[in-house]
Structures are given as C-alpha cells and as structure tokens.
Ligand binder design. Structure first.
Ligand SMILES: [Zn+2]
Length: 859
C-alpha cells in the first residue's frame, strides 16, 4: 500500500468547519442542527447497494466483472478488495482506423502496468513507472520513488460497497469513452500546416463501447472513438468517408499478471532483440542497463531431454480472411522457425492452425496469435509483426502479423516506394504515443520494390507463369519469416546480407537449401542473376545461421552464465554478423558502417550494385518492345521504366556509403576473433566506390535510357484528375534527384567530419583526395566544351552544394569549408572559357556568377 499525503483533505475539513461556524448564528443553531440530522439520515437511506445499482444491467463476469446497463449501455465495474494495489497489465491496439490519423488496423500501442488504489471514497487508476530498478538489498532502494513520476489516470467515486463480499462498484464508462487509458488523437506535430488533415474533438455522444468480452484472465473492450468538427478544409484521403466525423476503433485489454516462474533474460548488444529498457539505479556501472529482452515463455515438457516439446507451444492462427492460395506459404514461413527452436532444445515450438470460418472469436482477442490479412488503402506497411509483453519481465504474451494484399500487387506507385525505402525510418510516419522500442517494419515496401523488379526481369525473358509464381511465393515466404521473427522478439539485422560473395550468389548449385543471408531479419535486395543461366533463389526460403543462433540466445535453457557467454562469443563468426536499424545507412548521413544497409546484397556490395546497374542498363532498351500489347495503355511501360530507375538509384545509394565509411565491430574486449570497434573502409574500396559513382551517376554516359522511350512513358488516364501535376515525363528532375541523393550522403556534414577524423585512425582516402576526385568527376569531361543538359544540372547542383558548405547554415567542419572554397575556385577557373554551344556558355556564366556571389558573402 502506498503512503499518500492527507494534508489536503484535512485542510478542506478545517476550512469547511470554519465556514460552518461563522455562518451559524446562535438563534438558528437548533433548527439548523435538526435539519442537518434529517439530511444525513435521508442521505443514508438514499445510499444504494451494489445489487440495487446494477439491477437494470447485464452482468459480464471475468477478470473484472462489468455490468452493462441494458437501456443506455453505460457500464459499471466491480473491483474486489484483493484487486486493490495489485498489478495488472493494460494493453491497447487499433482495431480499425485511418492512416490519415496515424491509426491503422493491428497497430500495437505498447503495454503498461497499472494498479487500482483506494483513496477514501474513491478508486484511482495509476500507471507504474518501470524504467528504474532498485536492488532491494541496497539501502538506496528505500528512496526508490525519488523524482520518478507515476501517472494517476483517473479517479472514480465508489458508488456502492459490499463490506461482506469486499466489493466496490464504480461507474467506469469514462475510463473507456474518454482518452483516459491511452491517447488516440495524434498531437499537433510541430511543422504541421493548418491545411493538413486533422481530427475534430472527441464527440462524447457518438463515442461508444462496441463490445465487451470477458475472460477469467483478461477483460477486453472495443471502443469506437468519434472525432467531430463542423467544417473541414482537408477532408483526408479517400479512406476517410467524411472528414467531419472520423471513427477510430480501439481494443483495450486488462490482463492478469502471469505467475509462471518466467525468468527475464537481459539484452546483449551482439544479438538483436527488442527489449524493455530499465536502468539499475543502485549500480555503480556507467552502463547500468537491465534491459529485458522480449521472448515467449517456453518450458520443456520433459526438462531432462535435450530436445523436448514445450508445455505450451507458440500457436499461430491463419485468419479466415487469408486468400486460400497463400495459406500454405504462410504456414511454411512460420514453421521454418522450428529449425531454430530445435537448436535451442524445443521441438514443435511453433504450431499453425487455421481460424475456422465460423469462429466465435476475432483477431482482436488477445488469447489468439493471428496471421492477419488486409487489403487497405494507403497501407503503412506490407507486413507488420507486433508483439505485446509483460513490461515487468519482457515475456511476450501475444502477437499478430498484419499482411497487406497491396504489396503483392503492382498497385503502389513505384516513386512512392523508392521514397519509402530511403526514408530514415518509417516510424516517423507512424505516431506511437507509448514510445516503446519496437521499430515499425517497412520490409513490405522493400519487398515490393524488389519483387516488381524481379517480375520485370522475368517478363523480359518471357518466363513462364510458373516461374513468376515461384518468385512471388519466395517473396512471400521471406516476408512471413521476417515478420514472424519480429514476433519472436528479434529486431532487424541489416548487416546479415554480407553472408555470400557475388559469385556464390550466382551459383544455384551452391545456394541449394541455403538462406541467401545470415538472417531473414535484413531488408535484402532481390537476388537476380544477370545471366538467367545463373539464376538461383531470388529470396531466402529458409532462416539463416544468425537466426538460429539468436533464437538459441533467447530461448535455450543455459546451465550457467558461462554457457550463455560461450554462445555469445560466437558473434565474431562472419555468418553471425549483426547491426540493426540504429546503425543502418539507408538515409543520407545516417550510420557509419556501409555493411549495415538495406536493399543491398553480398559481401561485395559495390561489385553487386555495379552488376545490377549493368543489368538495368541492358533492360532500358528492351522494355518498349516488351510492353507493347495491342489495345493496352502505356501504364505498364511507364511503371517498368520507374522500376528500373529505382533499382539503379538504390545501387548508387549502397555504393556511396563506402566513402568515409567505418566498419563497426560489436564484440567485447578480448573476444576471440574480434577486431577493433572502429576500422575505416580500405583505401581501395573507397576509391572504387568513388570511381563507380563518377562513372554510373555523374558521367555523360550514366543512365542509358534510349531517348525514344520517353515519348511513351504515359500513365493511364482517369477522368480529370489522374495525376497531381503535368503528365509529361520529368526526366531531368528524376536523374538529378538520384544524383543529389548520393551527394546528400557523401557531402553530408557527418560524412565529411568522419573522413577527416578517421584519417587519424587508418583512413587513407583523405578529404583532399576525395573532394578532388569528385570535382574532377563532375567537371573534367566537358567543362572545356559543350555540357549536356544532365551534366549542367549536376554541375549546378554540386556547385550550389559547395556554396552551401562554405556559407550555408549547416554545421560543416573547417576542413570541409576549406575544400569547398578550394573546389569553387577550381570550378571558376575551369568554367572561365567561352567554348561550346550557347546553353553551355550560359551555363558556365551561371556557374561563375554563383561562385562570385558566394565569394562576396565570405569577404
Ligand atoms: Zn522488419
């Protein structure tokens, strides 16, 4: 029982007494007193029993017994004496929403621990703060609540009390009908414009409890929250029926804390598990982490056996909305993980069943782990594998996987996909008010980006429908394995695509029965062979060596700490290499180790990416004849072109990360096979990357699209508004975008700072040489003659970037600024000629004017 201050009510009592006294004159005293006695008696007789208060209600028994009024639907909650001060889990997820309001079906919002505390005639609901740990043996633990705020959520008057049965009754509608338990309406993000879509205010008349399902160990409610306003400027996407009234349905669950002897396992930076973070406040270590990894409670049926079935397997249900033709692949994707569990000592740890069509439960029922299937407008993910845990221990209590049909179609705009896969992290799009450390998964985007390319390749070689089907199945299998991996507690391993060399990936014999990567938790490029003869699997069809090892760490019963440490010490093996989203380099300037990336493949990413560019260059010339079905629109041709451009651009992103790159080793001091934590990328590889960028992205010869293709890149028309702007192909803008994407990384303040710093510890591709190579690549070939329109764009963009480094607001080092100045002066000299055609001469004047204006600024 927590101690609470009573000074406030005492003071109120005192003031009340004073008020009473001063207002009571002696003559009236007797009469008043009589009235008061009568009043109190009346009040007493008015006090109703629980039975009286619930007599017009239907009783729903479960963890918390609920009474629902049969006339107006309001609810009352019964709390027993032994439930007071007891810890319960609260978990919430979106039953249905619209992505416009950052709510989408199946989104988990994290779990919390709450208690119900009695305060005089009230019951209070309070969230606990679990971020800190105080060793009970340490005297410091006596002050364990210092400066840590717990969150009182709500306070309800006790309507009736049954002293004999030790029960309290409260009116609980407002616990659910307001945003008491969880914030649902997104906050007003900074930078949001008044013209952006936004929800109205919570409408208490329209908000309602849809359903209540009560079980002995959990109480579940579905609530429909309606947000209303009288007029809207932006009515949202087509998924919003009427922007003035938007409904978001949430599942709320109260769950009994499991008592099963589950032992928490603590995180290790060499393996990627989701965890619940906690700081040990009684520890003297600088890194006082007690982060509990998320894992299921698997217990061997036969504890003596090396391999035993678990007492309770992890059971998955394929939702009855799943297309029949996908079910077998989905099942296979789940059961693949049993191989990993066998290494950890469990047989049949994962079990798959199909939800009957007439099931009386739905996926919102937290007792079932469901592989769900939706086809929604503007889906944020192609696959999404959330799990929810007991936040006190990290034990996973339930999970779902959301799969989006649209990602197995060609319906998403390719340009949008490219933006999605190069965004720093997709969780920015998805508002998460619980701040839990589960990173949202956007592998669906990458998978579709990949599969669209694979299909284009197959179409060009007239592959038969079976091969096409095989490709799609492999894609789905890998996606399911990936999402299931999340539900087992694993986070991403963006370094796992280092497993094989480009040659090995070109060898179908060698690849037989193997995963293409160390872990299916990576976002890998599709493995397409340039020569169809060498085509092996496009995707991993089984889990990788890292996956098996990671499951061992999370689930094996270890004899002692040594045994676990021995397993972890294998982390230096090349096939167990690990780096996650925190380190990845998908967005410019982010991350430092080029091996930790998305959309890449092989242990020679530069060579592999150049092969991809070669393949794409060869395809540009073939697509026009291929997509020429009489009577069709040119939509497919336009899509095919965009798909090829996307692959080309992605290859450049991967290559660019080697410049200024630093390899990271996560192993511990003295661990066998370990290297230094930081080792700069070798000179020859940085040089190779720079040459590749100059040749394939900056040179006159880059982007080999035949000009006569452009006449045909037309989207399918749809009435008046089938596009946002003019429909002509924006060829120069697209190419420039890909070039500037690369420059955004190699000329990023972080990259330039790191090039200089790493010169001190092994980097020999110094800032001077890198900037000179770049300058030459952008100018040397044509600045003394005619400059074509693509190169004019590039030269101007690059010059502006140098000016920005020199005089802009970004935080560049002095060395970067000096090199920018040095190069600008070199450009000014080179551009000081009047050869070439008219536009080239105009272009050179433009360059010199920009530079001279910049020089004025630094005077
Ligand atoms: Zn993922």
């Amino acid at each position: 029982m927590k101690l609470r201050t009573t000074s406030f009510p005492l003071a109120m009592l005192f003031l009340g007494a004073l008020f009473f006294t001063t207002n009571t004159l002696p003559a009236q005293k007797k009469k008043k007193k009589k009235e008061l006695v009568e009043e109190t008696t009346k009040k007493k007789t008015k006090e109703k029993t629980i039975d009286e208060l619930v007599k017009s209600s239907e009783k729903l028994e479960g963890l918390f017994t609920i009474y629902r009024d049969t006339v107006n639907g309001s609810i009352q909650l019964l709390v027993s004496e032994d439930q007071l001060n007891k810890e319960f889990i609260y978990f919430t997820q979106v039953a249905n929403g619209v992505t416009d309001a950052f709510s989408f079906r199946g989104a988990y919002r994290g779990s919390r621990i709450f208690t119900i505390q009695k305060y005089y005639d009230k019951l209070e609901f309070v969230y606990e703060n679990l971020s800190y740990y105080f060793n009970p043996d340490n005297a410091l633990s006596k002050s364990s609540n210092a400066n840590i705020s717990e969150a009182p959520l709500a306070s309800f008057k006790i309507e009736a009390h049954d002293a004999e049965k030790e029960l309290y009754l409260i009116k609980a509608s407002n616990l659910f009908l307001k945003e008491t338990l969880s914030q649902i309406k997104p906050p007003n993000f900074p930078g949001r414009k008044p013209t952006d879509f936004s929800l109205g205010n919570l409408d208490k008349d329209k908000t309602k409890i849809n359903s209540i399902k009560n079980y002995p160990k959990n109480t579940n409610l579905t609530v429909s929250y309606v947000y209303s306003k009288s007029s809207v400027l932006n009515g949202g996407s087509q998924a919003v029926t009427d922007g003035r009234n938007v409904a978001i349905q949430m599942y709320h669950s109260f769950i009994d804390l499991p008592e099963n002897g589950y032992k928490s396992r603590f995180d290790d930076p060499r393996v990627g598990y989701f965890f619940t973070s906690q700081n040990d406040m009684t520890s003297v270590n600088a890194a006082n982490y007690r982060d509990k990894i998320h894992r299921w409670n698997l217990v061997k049926k036969n504890p003596e056996a090396a391999i035993s079935e678990p007492v309770e397997p992890i059971t998955w249900w394929i939702e009855n909305s799943t297309p029949l033709e996908f079910r077998e692949t989905i099942k296979q994707g789940v059961l693949e993980w049993n191989r990993a569990f066998e290494k950890a000592g469990y047989k049949n740890a994962m079990v798959v069943k199909v939800q009957p069509d007439d099931a009386d439960w739905d996926a919102g029922d937290i007792r079932y782990n469901v592989l769900r299937w939706t086809s929604s407008p503007n889906p944020p993910f192609g696959g999404y594998g959330p799990s929810f845990v007991n936040p006190k221990t990290g034990q996973i209590l339930g999970a779902d996987i959301m799969l989006e049909f649209v990602y197995h179609t060609n319906r998403v705009r390719v340009e949008k996909l490219f933006d999605a896969i190069t965004a720093a992290d997709s969780d920015k799009e998805i508002w998460n008010n619980e701040g839990h450390n589960q990173i949202n998964c956007s592998y669906g985007h990458m998978m579709q980006f990949n599969t669209q390319f694979g299909q284009t390749v197959l179409e060009l070689v007239d592959a038969n429908p079976l091969e096409m089907e095989g490709l799609r199945k492999e894609a789905m299998l890998e996606l399911i394995m990936h999402e299931v991996g999340h539900t087992l507690g694993l986070n991403h391993n963006m370094k796992a695509s280092q497993l094989f060399s480009p040659e090995e990936l070109d060898n179908p014999e060698f690849l037989k029965g193997k995963a293409l990567v160390g872990s299916v938790m990576d976002y890998t490029a599709i493995n397409v062979a340039n020569d169809p003869e060498n085509q092996g699997p496009y995707y991993s069809t089984t889990i990788g060596p890292y996956d098996e090892w990671a499951i061992q760490f999370g689930y094996q019963e270890f004899e002692d700490a040594n045994e676990m440490e021995n397993l972890l010490n294998k982390s230096t093996k090349p096939e167990l290499i690990f780096g996650n989203d925190a380190d990845d380099m998908r967005a410019p300037g982010k991350g430092i180790d080029p091996r930790v990336n998305t959309g890449d493949l092989s242990n020679d990413q530069i060579a592999y990416s150049l092969k991809r560019i070669d393949l794409v260059n060869g395809m540009f010339g073939k697509i026009k004849d291929k997509y020429a079905d009489k009577g069709s629109s040119y939509n497919d041709l336009r899509i095919a072109h965009a798909i090829l451009m996307g692959q080309y651009a992605q290859a450049g992103n991967v290559i660019s990360r080697f410049i200024g790159g630093v390899y990271v080793d996560r192993s511990t001091i003295g661990q066998e096979g370990s290297t230094m934590p930081f080792t700069p990328v070798a000179y020859k590889d940085q040089k190779r990357a720079m040459e590749a960028l100059n040749k394939s992205f900056f040179s006159k010869e880059a982007f080999k699209t035949p000009n006569d293709l452009y006449n045909y890149l037309a989207r399918q028309r749809r009435g008046f508004n089938f596009f946002g702007g003019p429909e002509d192909p924006k060829i120069h803008a697209t190419v420039l975008r890909f070039q500037t994407n690369i420059m955004r990384h190699i000329l990023h303040p972080n990259t330039m700072q790191r090039i200089q710093d790493s010169e001190l510890y092994g980097n020999s591709y110094d800032l001077g040489e890198f900037m000179t190579d770049l300058n030459k690549g952008v100018f040397e070939a044509d600045i003394y003659g005619s400059v074509n329109s693509f190169r004019q764009n590039l030269q101007l963009a690059y010059t502006k970037k140098l000016i920005d480094i020199l005089v802009g607001k970004s935080n560049y080092t002095n060395a970067a600024k000096s090199m920018a100045l040095y190069n600008l002066k070199a450009i000014n000299r080179m551009a000081n000629n009047s050869s070439g055609n008219v536009t080239s001469r105009a272009h050179k004047t433009h360059l010199r004017t920009l530079i001279s204006n910049a020089m004025e600024e630094i005077k």
